[in-house]
Design a protein around this ligand. Structure first.
Ligand SMILES: Cc1cc2nc3c(=O)[nH]c(=O)nc-3n(C[C@H](O)[C@H](O)[C@H](O)COP(=O)(O)OP(=O)(O)OC[C@H]3O[C@@H](n4cnc5c(N)ncnc54)[C@H](O)[C@@H]3O)c2cc1C
Length: 420
């Protein structure tokens, strides 16, 4: 039986126009003359589309998106449960990019790019064909469409996680606040303030990313096995802003909420003959940290370079195997309660120089630095985890539906309201 002709053919179909999809399409289109034809598919506004979010990442000055940044910091601080702080210079700037700004700018750049076609639709299936793969779905009007491609990069966020020995969830809710008095040091990103009630297993902390002396993003975060409900996050943020770190009168000008899987499961790099998951779906999230944006940029740069050389491009591994192994040990120690999460991070930051910790968190450390870091963590719980890991079964895990006061939480702007 011959299949019906497709509505469109392209060298490359990119499914999803979020961080990974837009980055790849833009990088593929960035060299006029050698551009493969690209079709980028994104659902219409609605529940399938990823909500707005804020990406933070370490990167040298002169990055591709520096002109789009909301803020950037050169110093950071970690506050222990007893109030002691570690403050210092970071080896790389820590940058913040809002997804709305990124998407708006890349949409505009792609509009001018030759060879890039946009399609508004929801992809429902991707199947192998003799020449590559066929992508099927429904367009904004509900009509079915098909696209044939030599290669498909699929960035749809996964609902089911790969089988893993340990899966934790990084879940958080943040307030964008404006205070009436100066409360923040705009030069310092506060990566972890551990002075909040701790869960029995895992860790809870707040990070404070200031934009000015009176404006900041204050995000309450847990690495645990289940998200909180709306009231839980609101209570935690109130407790922090009223008791732990009283802000005085302030206004909440926006909110974001999110859930990121932290898993030692192995994400597939290929799901069909010419179908490659990318982004979160392709394992871009660093298990120990939840960071993915920088890895996505590394991967999409490498893919675009491979395409320019005419190679059929399998996404490169997003993270070094050694870092994934170290992350697996840390996740196990936290999830099993072998170490108090807060103590783990207090020791990590107190005993290691900041550049080394930041290097590790951003995937840039050498073997020697990793060994030094490992030796200056709480060692007995890590050794216990190493001994247990080979004997633990790998289990599949569905991502929980996130409590949605707003659709999937993140990005919804709350009406300004006085808090005190
Ligand atoms: C709230 C939040 C904050 C985060 N903050 C950071 C951070 O600070 N730093 C960091 O490094 N990482 C962060 N992450 C993790 C990661 O960087 C982001 O999730 C990032 O957006 C992942 O990029 P992606 O392209 O894989 O997924 P997305 O950006 O979610 O893109 C997926 C795309 O697929 C589309 N799509 C979905 N279903 C379909 C379908 N059926 N058909 C077609 N298209 C579809 C979506 O609309 C979306 O455009 C954060 C994650 C969240 C949720």
């Amino acid at each position: 039986m011959t299949s019906p002709p497709s509505d469109l053919t392209a060298d490359v179909v990119v499914v999803g126009a979020g961080a990974a999809g837009l980055s790849l399409a833009w990088r593929l289109a960035a060299r006029p003359g050698v551009v493969p034809s690209v079709t980028l598919v994104e659902p219409p506004p609605g529940p399938v589309r990823s909500p707005e979010r804020t990406w933070c990442f370490w990167e040298e000055e002169g990055g591709d998106f520096d002109d789009l940044l909301t803020a950037s910091w050169s110093r950071m601080r970690v506050t222990a449960r007893d109030g002691r702080t570690v403050t210092g210079e970071m080896p790389l700037p820590y940058k913040m990019l809002r997804s709305s700004r990124f998407i708006g700018e890349l949409d505009a750049r792609l509009e001018r790019a030759p060879g890039v076609h946009r399609l508004t639709g929801t992809v429902t299936e991707i199947v192998d064909t003799p020449g590559g793969a066929r992508v099927g779905g429904r367009d904004a009007g509900g009509r079915p469409f098909t696209l044939d491609a030599r290669q498909v990069y699929d960035t749809r966020p996964p609902r089911r996680l790969p089988r893993a020995r340990t899966t934790l969830l990084q879940h958080f809710r943040g307030w964008f606040v404006r205070t009436e008095q100066d409360r923040f040091d705009p030069g310092v990103a506060e990566l972890m303030d551990l002075r909040v009630p701790q869960p029995p297993r895992g860790v809870a902390f707040v990070y404070v990313l200031p934009f000015g002396a009176r404006t900041a993003l204050i995000e309450y975060t847990q690495f645990t096995t289940a998200p909180l409900d709306d009231d839980g996050y609101e209570a935690a943020l109130r407790h922090y802003t009223e008791v732990v770190r009283p802000l005085g009168a302030f206004t909440v000008t926006g909110a974001e909420q999110g859930l990121i899987p932290m898993t030692d499961g192995v994400f597939p790099r290929r799901t069909g003959r010419a179908v490659f998951p990318l982004g979160v779906a392709g394992g871009a999230v660093r298990p120990a940290t939840g960071y993915a944006f920088a890895a996505i940029q590394r991967q999409t740069s490498a893919l675009a370079a491979a395409h320019r050389e005419g190679r059929m491009a399998l996404p490169p591994r997003p993270h070094a195997r050694r870092h994934l192994a170290m992350d697996a040990v840390m996740l196990r120690a936290l999830a099993a309660g072998h170490v108090e999460g807060a103590r783990f991070f207090e020791v990590l930051f107190a005993r290691n120089p900041l550049p080394r910790v930041v290097g590790f968190l951003s995937g840039r450390t050498s073997l020697a630095e990793d060994l030094a870091l490992g030796a200056r963590c709480p060692v007995p719980p890590m050794v216990r985890s190493v001994a247990e890991l080979p004997f633990l079964p790998r289990r599949a895990c569905d991502l929980p539906r996130f409590p949605a006061a707003e659709p999937s939480g993140s990005g919804a702007v709350r009406e300004p309201r006085p808090n005190r």
